[in-house]
Design a protein around this ligand. Structure first.
Ligand SMILES: Cc1ncc(COP(=O)(O)O)c(C=O)c1O
Length: 368
């Protein structure tokens, strides 16, 4: 029996009629860049996520860069503090604006950025905080928003893994005017290639994002600012418009599967579950164990796919060798990177497959 770590078949098949109709309309109009599908998707996304504006772009990495560019954080004397435990692209998005990333440690129970550690790392060069809502769960965004306000810093939320997340029942844009998303295919809301967006409540920021994603142009062939070329393709908007209405039920399905894992794996000596709040949108189901690599091999030999998000904290990546931190400086992130394992979690994953994964993990710990 094979249980892959991710499988998109159900999501794509169950929405076929809707995306086929959108594609027909796109072909009818013969408009493939910044046309009707992207315009409608931006409206629908803003409405679904409780923000005034949504601006599509080429991917989640560019969404981060565009936020920083729109906030005039574009030179290497300006630093942006983010978590060390995240996708490499969180840091690459910061570099893409011209600013430089700095890294904070994590809370070992939630694996989210430690807000106090981030606050302690603020210097005169710090221009922005960029927490990540990792694995689909909320970081301590209320506290980070207070810190950003009192230190007069821009607050960007990397919500690439957190589509539909509403910390304390509020949209993410209630906490800051820069919320970046990725639509990489495996995200809770993904397209069938690369895509991204930024949500904001500010019409000024939305306008700045719109010209900066389109080469600094404002509808014609004159460029007004040094933008980038990062537009959401019409074709991807066709899929995203079909998937978006399902997001709430898909997130509920992810939560149901996560609760099955919680129940099946609780009290297992040697395995630590990650604390998460009820509002989590469960992008990934991550557990921790010192025997991570052996467990991963054991499951692979028995047909169960797993992932590691992420095997190396960003301050130890060669790209960030001059970030001012060395091994040992962010102990919680470093230890988590050695221990985290992501279990299969996808819409349509049968309950008996979840039970199978649980029973294989239990048998691993029984014999090892
Ligand atoms: C937390 C996080 N930030 C940023 C990104 C970058 O998104 P993209 O791959 O769409 O550029 C990703 C996805 O890889 C991510 O998981």
């Amino acid at each position: 029996m094979q249980i892959p770590v991710v499988n998109l078949r159900h999501q794509i098949e169950s929405t076929r009629a809707a995306w086929q109709q959108n594609l027909e309309e796109m072909f009818g109009r013969q408009h493939f860049i910044l046309g009707e599908q992207v315009r409608l998707f931006e409206q629908e996304l803003a409405a679904a996520f409780g923000s005034n504006h949504a601006v599509g772009c080429g991917n989640g990495t560019d969404a981060i860069s565009l936020c920083l560019r729109a906030a005039n954080i574009t030179n290497p004397k300006q630093e942006v503090i983010t978590t060390a435990l995240t996708a490499p692209f969180s840091g690459i998005g910061i570099l893409g604006s011209g600013a430089v990333p700095r890294f904070a440690d994590i809370n070992p129970r939630t694996l989210q950025i430690d807000a106090d550690d981030a606050a302690n790392r603020i210097t005169k060069r710090t221009a922005a905080l960029m927490p990540v809502h990792l694995y689909g769960q909320a970081c301590d965004i209320a506290k980070l928003a207070r810190i950003a306000r009192s230190e007069k810093l821009t607050l960007i939320q990397d919500a690439a893994q957190a589509h539909g997340l509403q910390p304390a029942g509020k949209p993410l844009t209630a906490y800051s005017n820069y919320v970046s998303y990725s639509f990489y295919p495996t995200k809770n809301l993904g397209c069938l290639g690369d895509g991204g967006a930024v949500c904001t409540n500010s019409s000024t920021i939305a306008a700045r994002l719109r010209d900066r994603r389109d080469g600094g142009r404002r509808g014609g062939q004159v460029t007004y600012v040094a933008g980038i070329n990062s537009r959401l393709d019409e074709m991807h908007a066709c899929y995203l418009r079909a998937f978006l209405p399902q997001l709430v039920s898909w997130n509920a399905e992810r939560n149901r599967i996560a609760a099955l894992y919680d129940e099946g794996l609780k009290d297992l000596p040697g395995l630590q579950l990650i604390e998460r709040t009820a509002e989590s949108v469960c992008h990934l189901y991550v557990v921790r164990t010192r025997k991570r690599d052996a467990l991963r091999r054991y499951l692979a030999e028995r047909g169960v796919g797993t992932g590691v998000h992420y095997p190396l904290p960003l301050h130890l990546h060669p790209t960030y060798h001059d970030c001012g931190l060395k091994r040992g400086d962010l102990p919680h992130a470093e230890r988590a990177a050695r221990e985290v394992l992501s279990l299969p979690l996808w819409v349509g994953l049968p309950t008996h497959d979840v039970e199978e994964v649980v029973s294989r993990i239990r048998s691993f710990f029984a014999v090892s």
